[in-house]
Ligand binder design. Structure first.
Ligand code: IMP
Length: 178
């Protein structure tokens, strides 16, 4: 399926599953090497990161924990700028090495807010792992230690990412047809 229709928009395949998984493996290799002995706690940001999280975690070979959180600020195809609160964090992260697992860093505002909230809980260190980053859209300074892929400033769906709730189930990534 090289083209899909979701509601009013057409999308065409831009990153096939095979390429995604190669990038995920590269990130996993780096984390396995860098965070060995630190027993990291991975915090997967739902909903968008569910597929990336599953493929990443299958490739992590160091002792670790995983937990799922929510912090959403997005509707339709443009960021609203409105940032909600963090839900679902049950662990005490004080003194821990935390790795945020996110689907995409777009403006970076969501990630910045999440970093602020986590900082209050006094972790030892926080790393960002994102499947995708849109460097042209970034509005805030962020150190993204583990970015699987950089993409242009286009709206995408698939592999966990949605357009108005639809499209998360596709195994490949699709870009909107202008
Ligand atoms: P930010 O706060 O602008 O960085 O937005 C981050 C969130 O917006 C991500 O976690 C996604 O849920 C969503 N998002 C950003 N770009 C896209 C896209 O191209 N497709 C689908 N969702 C996106």
């Amino acid at each position: 399926m090289s083209t899909i229709q979701i509601k009013d928009k057409q999308f065409t395949i831009s990153i096939p599953e095979e390429e995604i998984l190669q990038s995920v493996q590269r990130v996993a290799d780096a984390i396995n090497r860098d965070l060995e002995g630190k027993n990291p706690l991975f915090l997967s940001v739902l909903n968008g990161a569910f597929m990336y999280t599953a493929d990443l975690m299958k490739r992590i070979q160091i002792p670790c924990e995983i937990s799922f959180i929510k912090l959403s600020s997005y509707s339709g195809t443009s960021s609203t700028g409105e940032v909600k609160q963090l839900v679902g964090l049950n662990q005490d992260i004080k003194g821990r090495t935390v790795v945020i697992v996110e689907d995409i860093v777009d403006t970076g505002l969501t990630m910045q807010r999440l970093l602020e909230i986590l900082a209050e809980k006094e972790p030892a260190e926080v790393h960002i792992s994102t499947l995708l980053v849109k460097p042209e859209k970034l509005q805030v300074p962020l150190t993204v230690d583990y970015a699987a892929m950089e993409i242009p400033n286009d709206f995408i769906v698939g592999y966990g990412l949605d357009y108005d709730g639809f499209g998360r189930n596709y195994k490949d990534i699709y870009t909107v047809v202008p």
